[in-house]
Design a protein around this ligand. Structure first.
Ligand SMILES: NC(=O)c1ccc[n+]([C@@H]2O[C@H](COP(=O)([O-])OP(=O)(O)OC[C@H]3O[C@@H](n4cnc5c(N)ncnc54)[C@H](OP(=O)(O)O)[C@@H]3O)[C@@H](O)[C@H]2O)c1
Length: 176
């Protein structure tokens, strides 16, 4: 079995806010494009609430294996594959890759954890890389990004200003 790395990707406002009322409390097209660029062709893993939060037009996320973590034994949705543990997600990811002849020989692959708060919290301890978009906005929230300990170091930073004038930055964090 090849090595499976866990990558977390999220966008957060000030105070680590990532969501409110099961929605993103901002619209930042540049971040959606960044998310699409990094996760296309990959396996994404999300909580069932994050799946529910996706607009119908983006369900499933195209050109990605959409794994949805749920405790509900009979949960189904078109284009999604239900999983009941991170281990099951890894097994399905591996089986999917083995069925793709051009990817199956690679020694390393990644599962992209795309939210939400519950699933980030549960996968942090296994994460190797975090792709974080920090948005300079103060918004109300009820879902929060995981806290990063001292083992995490920033390895890349790109500063941007959105077409709407909001400052934000793409950070890559790696575990050392
Ligand atoms: N800013 C960002 O980058 C970003 C990204 C993604 C999401 N979000 C936001 O985050 C919020 C949603 O986060 P959330 O924490 O409320 O929910 P979530 O993590 O998306 O989903 C939680 C659900 O996942 C399932 N689950 C969690 N752990 C499980 C386990 N160990 N085994 C089996 N199933 C498990 C359960 O589903 P069942 O109830 O079906 O059992 C649980 O109710 C929304 O506001 C969303 O907009 C933000």
């Amino acid at each position: 079995m090849s090595v499976i790395k866990i990558h977390l990707i999220f966008a957060c406002a000030q105070g680590g806010v990532i969501g409110l009322d099961n929605k993103l409390p901002w619209h930042l097209p540049e971040d959606l494009a960044h998310f699409k660029k990094l996760t296309s062709g990959q396996t994404v893993l999300m909580g069932r609430k994050t799946w529910d939060s996706l607009p119908a037009a983006f369900k499933p996320l195209p050109n990605r294996l959409n794994l949805v973590l749920t405790t509900q034994a009979h949960w189904t949705a078109p284009g999604a594959v239900a999983v009941h543990s991170l281990l099951a997600a890894k097994e399905l990811h591996q089986a999917h890759r083995s069925s793709q002849t051009d990817a199956s020989h690679e020694s390393e692959s990644a599962i992209w954890v795309i939210g939400g708060a519950q699933v980030y919290a549960q996968t942090m301890s296994e994460a190797h890389v975090i792709e974080m978009t920090q948005i300079d906005l103060e918004v109300k929230g009820d879902a929060f990004a995981p806290l990063l300990g001292q083992e995490w170091r920033e390895t890349s930073r790109q500063e941007h200003t959105s077409v709407k004038g909001v400052r934000f930055r793409f950070l890559t964090m790696k575990r050392f």
